[in-house]
Design a protein around this ligand. Structure first.
Ligand SMILES: [Zn+2]
Length: 158
């Protein structure tokens, strides 16, 4: 969850500082790609009034809900296909990879796979090919230079 220092942290939508005079909302770190349209909301606090005037407000709220559902599934210890994984250390968690529904990568959002059975994952080569194409098109710019897509490819390949 974003950390806000009242009177210091700025709302990314209007650039004014966040304080007690105007209600604000906190978004978790729900996407690591700086090139995604929703990145402006990720790990940020912003005025509710500013968010409500933003053209992507509905999408931002939709993905906030989806992200929260995904976290619930993670906590419950289940994979996306309903297998019990239990220990979070045995999970491969995809999170939100892209909010652009026209991208092939979109189908892999919020997947939770079991490390023990990932070797039999039927979509592995397709996923790797899609990631390679996404990267080659320069569509990923990770926070701190970290490429979460490459990290996932390593996990599903091992
Ligand atoms: Zn604002």
């Amino acid at each position: 969850m974003a950390i806000v220092f009242e009177g210091f942290t700025k709302c990314p939508l209007c650039n004014a500082v966040l304080d007690k005079t105007k209600e604000y909302i906190l978004f978790p770190t729900f996407i690591n790609n700086k090139k995604d349209a929703l990145f402006i909301f990720s790990d940020n606090g912003m005025h509710i009034q500013c968010l409500d005037q933003h053209p992507l407000r509905k999408t931002a709220y939709l993905y906030l809900r989806k992200y929260n559902d995904y976290l619930q599934l993670l906590k419950s210890g289940f994979s996306t296909s309903g297998e019990i994984i239990g220990n979070p250390a045995n999970m491969i968690t995809f999170g939100l990879l892209t909010s652009d529904s026209t991208e092939d990568l979109f189908r892999y959002n919020f997947l939770i796979l079991d490390k023990a059975t990932v070797g039999e994952w039927g979509l592995k080569s397709e996923f790797i090919a899609i990631v390679n194409l996404f990267n080659a098109s320069g569509k990923w710019d990770g926070v701190g230079g970290f490429n979460y897509l490459d990290y996932l490819v390593n996990l599903v390949s091992s």
